[in-house]
Design a protein around this ligand. Structure first.
Ligand code: BYC
Length: 324
């Protein structure tokens, strides 16, 4: 066991007090700053989970790029999927500032040690699912990410600013695609309804377990890593989405959705938490497929990483030659 002497203990207590004061004063924690090990680990866990979600999230949508119903829809979908790749990259880079490498994060994803948003383990069965993902999945992501613009870790907060702008465009294009279907032929309207019915519940699960069941919430809220609780974010999403369903002219995906005058919020039915647990623990409909595809794509890209390493090595050698 490592023995910490009194001077070290006092220095650490001082650092901890400084860290806590910064959090209290709404100052950002920056990469070079002292931080408790548990804070560093928790931010890495959440940020890398977020990065993996962006990357795995490209798969269900990518499934429809070759089958988009028009050139316009195809161009929009292509750039949306590229945006998600960009989000993943900013987030991996920002997470690396906490002393973990990209390859360590990828390894954790592929071994199942690190999670990604459970929603991406569901299949995209029809074109309407692509609209529903933009509208509901990006919609849920924005509600959460707006609050994360104020997260206490500086690089995460700054990455969120740009990501939110892009997600906001994603949400609108998804809604517009759903609107076209909901106002199209009866078959198209039915397709939109079916997508809404299937994507609704997994979208609500994106906010995580109830606050009372959430393992990380209380510490993450105390350290201002999370600024709004899982249940409050979920309620915000429900409240803003129900009127949008009405405008589409679709049926509610949950018969228990009802305005509660007293609470000033919509009431809704209970989520199937058993399903949530199964999907986050690897038994969703597409978990196996998603990771298998990621491993294959990663392996295929090895030559690019090799080329980057070789180029870097050459640059170092050149610099050394000039210095000698
Ligand atoms: N899915 O203590 P809790 C996008 C895990 S992509 C899977 O409440 P926390 C897009 C949680 O990790 C952007 N796992 O956790 C891309 C923890 O397990 P571990 C998506 C979940 O962290 C392409 C355990 O359950 N957004 O927008 O305090 C196309 C206990 O939970 C989930 C993000 O990734 C879940 N839904 O709060 C379209 C947001 N929920 O880690 C769109 C970033 C919980 O101990 N993440 N778990 O093994 C967060 O904001 C927070 O991590 C959560 C959970 C609110 C999700």
């Amino acid at each position: 066991m490592q023995v910490i002497n009194k001077d070290d203990q006092a220095a650490m207590a001082q650092e901890l007090a400084k860290f806590e004061q910064k959090i209290a004063d709404e100052q950002k924690i920056e990469p070079g700053d002292w931080m408790p090990e548990a804070y560093r680990k928790n931010v890495i866990r959440q940020m890398s989970q977020h990065a993996h979600s962006e990357i795995i999230g490209m798969q269900p949508e990518g499934n429809w790029i070759t089958r988009a119903p028009s050139l316009r829809r195809k161009a929009i979908l292509l750039s949306k999927v590229q945006d998600e790749a960009g989000h993943g990259l900013y987030l991996y880079s920002s997470t690396e500032t906490l002393g973990i490498s990209r390859s360590q994060m990828i390894e954790a994803l592929q071994s199942g040690e690190a999670k990604y948003a459970q929603i991406f383990n569901y299949p995209t069965l029809t074109w309407a699912d692509v609209g529903a993902i933009g509208w509901l999945v990006d919609g849920a992501a924005i509600v959460n990410q707006i609050s994360l613009q104020r997260t206490s870790y500086g690089p995460y907060a700054r990455a969120m600013v740009r990501i939110c702008k892009e997600e906001s465009f994603h949400q609108r294009q998804g809604y517009e695609a759903m609107y076209a279907l909901a106002h199209g032929t009866p078959v198209q309207k039915q397709m939109a309804q079916d997508a809404l019915d299937r994507v609704w519940w997994p979208s609500l699960m994106m906010f995580g377990p109830h606050d009372s069941e959430s393992a990380h919430s209380s510490q993450s809220m105390a350290w201002k890593i999370k600024r709004v609780s899982n249940d409050d974010l979920r309620q915000k999403f429900i409240d803003q989405t129900v009127p949008q369903i009405e405008v589409l002219g679709l049926e509610m995906p949950d018969p228990e959705i009802k305005w509660n005058e007293e609470r000033g919020h919509y009431d809704s039915g209970e989520i199937n938490w058993q399903e949530f647990k199964e999907v986050i623990n690897g038994s969703g409909p597409c978990n196996f497929q998603r990771i298998k595809h990621h491993k294959a794509a990663h392996q295929e890209g090895e030559w690019v990483r090799e080329a980057v390493r070789a180029y870097k090595q050459k640059q170092i050698e050149k610099q050394n030659e000039t210095a000698a």
